[in-house]
Design a protein around this ligand. Structure first.
Ligand SMILES: CCCCC/C=C\C/C=C\C/C=C\C/C=C\CCCC(=O)SCCNC(=O)CCNC(=O)[C@H](O)C(C)(C)COP(=O)(O)OP(=O)(O)OC[C@H]1O[C@@H](n2cnc3c(N)ncnc32)[C@H](O)[C@@H]1OP(=O)(O)O
Length: 197
């Protein structure tokens, strides 16, 4: 990438960016998206201290997610760690790619922390894609305390970059890649993303 770009301009869709298009086979609004990988720290059920974030499809190219702040997620006594909250935002934004049916990884994530988030809070996250330009997907998310219309605690803007499944196969540690490739559910999930009309 062009490393000389100002970080902030990299979050602004360039001229020629287009509105995102919901894939015709995207899950219906309200449908639970499920984990993209069982061992994912953000959404995997097989990760004991993970966030176990649950995201549901929204209208258009949007998602809603919930994350309950647990004992293992503290940064200060009784408060969520900022990095954990950034992870929740990252995961929610990443799950938008189910609706576009592309595989994409976070290129840039910029977060604002507006209110402390106490342990035990259910954080309600809302995210949507704002624009697409080539392989770049621009999106934004907000996290509210306790209810879908609760006070805003965190927000983030991001650019995700579309990649092929080879991104993981070429870069991931071989034992986990092998296990993922031997898992029919995992290969089905990865394939579903790769086939774009
Ligand atoms: C069978 C095995 C299956 C295993 C797979 C399992 C499941 C698959 C399904 C879904 C899983 C997918 C994702 C997970 C979802 C959610 C989890 C949360 C998301 C994450 O947590 S994910 C981890 C953190 N993430 C990374 O680990 C990325 C590390 N990084 C790289 O791997 C490279 O860096 C890469 C690929 C990003 C780019 O590299 P590249 O060589 O492909 O492309 P290049 O550099 O040419 O950039 C192309 C265009 O993007 C622009 N661009 C690039 N970087 C930018 C930046 N930082 N800011 C703004 N714009 C940027 C350029 O400016 C250019 O723009 P333009 O086209 O306009 O010139």
């Amino acid at each position: 990438m062009s490393g000389t770009d100002e970080p902030r301009t990299r979050l602004t869709p360039p001229e020629g960016a287009v509105a995102p298009v919901r894939h015709p086979d995207a899950p219906a609004p309200g449908e639970l998206l499920g984990a993209h990988y069982d061992r994912c720290f953000g959404c995997g059920e097989g990760q004991q201290h993970g966030l176990h974030l649950e995201a549901r499809a929204g209208d258009g190219v949007s998602v809603r997610a919930e994350f309950t702040v647990k004992e293992a997620h503290q940064g200060a006594p009784g408060l969520a760690h900022g990095g954990v909250l950034a992870t929740a935002l990252d995961e929610t934004l990443g799950s938008l790619n189910w609706l576009l049916r592309v595989i994409a990884v976070t290129g840039r994530l910029e977060s604002d922390f507006l209110r402390p988030v106490p342990l035990g809070t259910v954080l309600h996250l809302d995210a949507h894609v704002t624009a697409v330009h080539g392989r770049k997907i621009y999106s934004t998310a907000v996290g509210r305390i306790g209810a879908p219309d609760g006070p805003v605690a965190v927000r983030a803007d991001a650019v995700f970059i579309e990649v092929k499944v080879d991104h993981f196969i070429d870069n991931g540690r071989s034992e986990e890649i092998r296990a993922a490739m031997e898992d029919p559910d995992q290969t089905r999930r990865a394939r579903a993303f790769e086939v774009n009309p």
